[in-house]
Design a protein around this ligand. Structure first.
Ligand code: ADP
Length: 259
């Protein structure tokens, strides 16, 4: 259970972790997990020891994205040992239960599982832990934001989604719980035709920039809609390690701004 002071949880650090970065989005399907895994790998490429925590209890994607499966081993002191691939440590509900079993869980079980993921993992000397948040601003997001000493949050959105009021709710939540907002990543921002190199702004071009400016947020980067990102992710080979420098570059640029 969290330690409390004046009715509020005391914000705690995670043992073995120097800095915590949350990656959040208002809705599912905007590319939050893809950004999380590639950001973690980009940080590692920049020389930082990095871990990735999948906090999406109902829809974990980290096992597939990192091409990992199987149950974590337990350390001598009873903690979960992270599973590693491509040089980064990771933990996910997907390693612990089959997703079809977790969907029937009620609030209390979800919160218990979340506490275990947050505080019972034996991370080894991480410079950064990237937390792939569940989408939205529900109980899980609030619990994480209230209980952890977080160094910053990255908001992922598509140009279309940012025009909706949803993304603003996430920004308001982080401001309320005093988590520094590192900035906004505009995903699926434009499409470059593989035949003629024409750049199309399918979902509009400056929605994110306008919203970011309205909320005093930096735009950390714009990632194109690119088939390679989808294909490689599905194979468990994130583009930062599997694709050309040009495709990996937006994620590396974001990592440089986050450090
Ligand atoms: P979320 O975590 O927000 O639910 P995901 O990261 O799982 O979203 O991405 C949803 C789908 O979109 C996945 O199939 C993923 O491979 C794909 N995707 C994410 N970003 C891009 C991109 N920039 N270009 C093409 N496909 C992408």
């Amino acid at each position: 259970m969290p330690r409390m002071s004046k009715g509020l949880p005391i914000k705690q650090k995670i043992p073995g972790v120097a800095k915590i970065i949350l990656v959040s989005s208002a809705k599912g399907g905007v590319g939050k997990s893809t950004v999380s895994v590639n950001l973690a790998l980009a940080l590692q490429k920049l020389g930082k020891t990095t871990g990735l925590l999948d906090a999406d209890i109902f829809g974990p994607s980290v096992p597939r994205l990192l091409n990992l499966s199987g149950e974590p081993r337990i350390s001598d002191d009873g903690k979960l040992l992270p599973l590693s691939n491509y040089g980064i440590q990771s933990m996910s509900m997907g390693y612990l239960v089959a997703p079809e079993n977790a969907v029937v869980w009620r609030g209390l079980m979800v919160m218990k599982a979340l506490q275990q993921l947050l505080f019972e993992v034996k991370w080894e000397n991480l410079d950064y832990l990237v937390i792939d948040m569940p989408p939205g601003t529900g109980d899980t997001q609030l619990t994480i934001s209230q209980q952890l000493k977080v160094d910053g949050a990255v908001i992922v959105s598509t140009p279309q989604d940012i025009a909706l009021i949803d993304a603003v709710k996430g920004i308001a939540m982080f401001k309320k719980v005093k988590i520094p907002l590192l900035g906004l990543v505009q995903n699926m921002s434009y499409f470059v035709c593989p035949n003629c190199s024409h750049e199309s702004h399918i979902f509009g071009s400056d929605g994110a920039r306008r919203e970011a400016a309205a909320h005093n947020l930096d735009v950390l980067g714009s990632i194109p809609l690119n088939e390679e990102i989808c294909v490689q992710s599905d194979k468990g080979r994130p583009v930062v390690i599997a694709s050309s420098e040009a495709i990996a570059k937006p994620y590396l640029d974001i990592a440089e701004k986050v450090i």
